[in-house]
Write a protein that binds this ligand. Structure first.
Ligand code: MG
Length: 298
């Protein structure tokens, strides 16, 4: 069996013929939000319906990092290496300080509660950018049913004050997001309102003076959607899809696929050379080693 599907010849240089898609752990309900901690030698990820953040350690396997997790979804690390998390249950973005205290970065906009922060990235200036779709308040599966009081947008939170600014407001439901390495571009996935037939796409924005402008279609993932994605050091986008992970060139061309037996929700790079791709996929955590290096913070 092959773990890859090559669409453009250059993809052949990105993958290693003898590196498998390996299932590292299984038995979860819906996993998301992987984040690599090279300093701690582990990966954290969310098992959202089971209200827990899990830790996978090479050679040891899975243990519980935090439970309850307030139905945490996406995670990243800020420029000081602190864990930044999106929580459906508290409808907030939090930061875990070096001493273990948990700081609420943001939980409301103009006096109204956020919807259910989903995915998060941190810019070079420390700004915390996150998507706020309504998925986590639409059912009791990944949080608590609640009324939607704010539009589904992408915010930037000031890391000191938590003050929010709307950065992307031309989507039905923003979800995965990532900067290009030089922060000249912002990619955001629109995965459509829940229980709708909204079109799904990745959109790209130029960042001018720290603000996204000229939003335009970039790529449509098929089958599935871009719930989460990360960039490699050459600017290729590695995105979740229903049949695995799709690699998309900076010009929007599909270059190839990593085939995964379960629907992939999210991914991140890790390992000593940031050459390992960790994939959360429905009930399992998978990894493949690539001939690529991820752009990862820190
Ligand atoms: Mg997501």
């Amino acid at each position: 069996m092959s773990f890859f599907e090559t669409v453009e010849p250059e993809f052949g240089r990105f993958v290693l013929g003898n590196a498998p898609v390996r299932q590292l752990a299984s038995g979860f309900d819906w996993v998301e939000g992987p984040v690599w901690f090279g300093d701690a030698g582990c990966l954290l990820f969310s098992d959202i319906p089971n209200n827990r953040i899990l830790r996978w350690t090479p050679g040891e396997g899975v243990s519980t990092y935090r439970q309850p997790s307030n139905y945490a979804n996406g995670h990243t690390r800020d420029r000081q290496g602190r864990l930044v998390s999106c929580e459906h249950g508290t409808r907030s973005v939090t930061r875990t300080e070096h001493d273990g205290r948990i700081t609420v970065v943001a939980d409301s906009f103009e006096g109204r509660p956020l919807n259910s922060p989903n995915d998060v990235i941190v810019a070079q200036d420390g700004g915390i950018w996150f998507s706020d779709p309504h998925y986590g308040i639409m059912t009791n599966y990944e949080g608590f049913v609640a009324e939607q009081e704010n539009p589904c947008v992408v915010y930037r939170a000031d890391p000191e004050t938590g003050a929010l600014e709307v950065m992307v407001d031309d989507m039905n439901c923003p979800n995965g997001l990532a900067f290009s390495r030089d922060e000249g571009r912002l990619y955001v996935a629109d995965t459509g309102r829940m229980f709708s037939q909204d079109a799904k796409e990745i959109r790209v924005y130029d960042l001018v003076d720290g603000r996204p402008v000229k939003g335009r279609h970039f790529h449509t993932i098929s089958p599935g959607c871009a719930d989460g994605f990360r960039l490699d050091s050459d600017g290729n986008i590695w995105s979740s899809a229903a049949d695995g992970v799709h690699c998309i060139a900076p010009d929007g061309r599909l270059l190839g696929k990593i085939l995964v037996p379960e629907l992939v929700s999210n991914l991140c790079f890790g390992g000593r050379a940031k050459h390992e791709l960790y994939m959360t996929a429905t009930t399992s955590l998978y990894r493949i080693i690539l001939n690529r290096q991820g752009v990862q913070v820190p």
